[in-house]
Write a protein that binds this ligand. Structure first.
Ligand SMILES: C[S@@+](CC[C@H](N)C(=O)[O-])C[C@H]1O[C@@H](n2cnc3c(N)ncnc32)[C@H](O)[C@@H]1O
Length: 341
């Protein structure tokens, strides 16, 4: 019986994914946040649906309570009302929570992505990722052509905003940045969210954000940041500290080695340091993140990237000619990997 219970948890995992997506799509967390605890009938009137099928809606809400996205309380009139939980607060839209994970969840639960995962067996037998098998091109090629980048960028910004304080705390705790370094380059820094958070903690730094021309052209000007268009596969602007956050997990070891080599050329030969923020799959600290780490690793594998274990990181760091590095655990699924010249 226990085995059946475990099996059904995995077999019906789609119910979690799709009901979660439905909750975000309907903006349920916002409705409850804006109007206070609501009964099923009250909540139904707030939906962007003309005629709600109350039976299906009730079943969906029952499941969302089951996975703890919402909770219910019953008052003395025997009315059951839905309330937010800490998890649904993460899914409030940006107007109510500037660290909203709603866009990230919409990206991660996209039904198109589920079709991609249907190619897993095929991808195990060849060199192409599930994504390439499904779409015929790599993910970055498709993004460029379909102009989908702004959505991905929005999702990534939410994710980064959500965990960047943990990165800053780790940098402070281990004194990775001190007064001896004065310049920082956020390589593939998108709109500069990580760079800005680090700058707030270390105001003596001069920060540069480097990203592709299309991205840089659309980033609102910010007097605190210097924006530079470039390609990290070719060269990277010089800096004392380089930040590579959520970049290397998008590439295999050979391309990662090219990027790390370019960082090596760009970082100061003595006081330089490279701050890589990525997951270390077999990290013993913060084991509560294991499920997220392994799930994200599967997602990266499907789209053609690669999360790494400690050994995997050591291999690619050594391949790039670095010898000194340290893994710093932080209160997030990711860790900081500081690499010295
Ligand atoms: C997954 S996002 C990470 C963004 C940011 N570092 C963060 O963690 O929020 C990858 C970033 O790398 C940028 N990028 C991709 N290929 C690049 C290249 N060849 N040169 C420079 N930037 C690139 C993308 O435009 C995007 O902003």
């Amino acid at each position: 019986m226990e085995a059946w219970v475990q099996l059904s948890k995995h077999m019906f995992a789609f119910a979690e994914t799709m009901s979660l997506r439905c909750a975000v799509q309907l903006g349920l967390p916002d409705k409850i946040y804006e109007h206070g605890p609501l009964t099923l009938a009250e909540l139904a009137t707030k939906l962007p649906i003309e005629s709600v099928n109350m039976d299906r809606f009730e079943q969906t809400m029952r499941y969302l309570v089951h996975i703890n996205l919402f909770t219910t309380t019953t008052n003395h009139h025997e009315e059951t009302k839905y309330e937010l939980t800490p998890m649904s607060r993460l899914l409030l839209s940006k107007i109510h929570n500037n660290k909203s994970l709603a866009t990230f969840v919409m990206g991660a639960t996209d039904p198109e992505e589920l079709f991609v995962s249907g190619r897993l067996v095929e991808s195990l037998g060849g060199s192409k990722s599930c994504w390439e098998l499904q779409h015929g091109v790599t993910m970055s090629e498709k993004m460029k052509n379909d102009n989908k980048w702004s959505k991905v960028s929005d999702a990534m910004n939410g994710y980064t905003l959500n965990m960047i304080d943990a990165v800053v705390d780790g940098i402070k705790r281990e004194s990775i940045i001190d007064q001896s370094v004065t310049t920082l380059v956020d390589v593939g820094g998108n709109t500069g969210i990580a760079a800005k958070a680090i700058l707030n903690a270390f105001p003596h730094l001069k920060c540069t954000v480097m990203d592709l021309l299309d991205v840089v052209e659309n980033v609102p000007k910010d007097p605190q940041l210097t924006l530079v268009a470039g390609d990290f596969l070719s060269s990277i602007p010089n800096g004392d500290v380089l930040l590579l956050k959520s970049i290397l997990h998008g590439y295999d070891d050979d391309v990662s080695m090219t990027i790390l080599n370019n960082c090596k050329k760009a970082m100061h030969p003595t006081r330089g340091r490279l701050i890589v923020v990525e997951m270390v799959l077999d990290m013993e600290t913060m084991p509560e993140f294991s499920h997220a780490r392994l799930g994200l690793a599967m997602q990266m594998m499907l789209i053609g990237g690669k999360e790494r274990t400690k050994k995997g990181w050591e291999r690619v760091i050594h391949m790039a000619g670095f010898t000194r590095y340290k893994i710093v655990p932080i209160a997030a699924a990711e860790s900081i990997i500081v690499i010295y010249p």
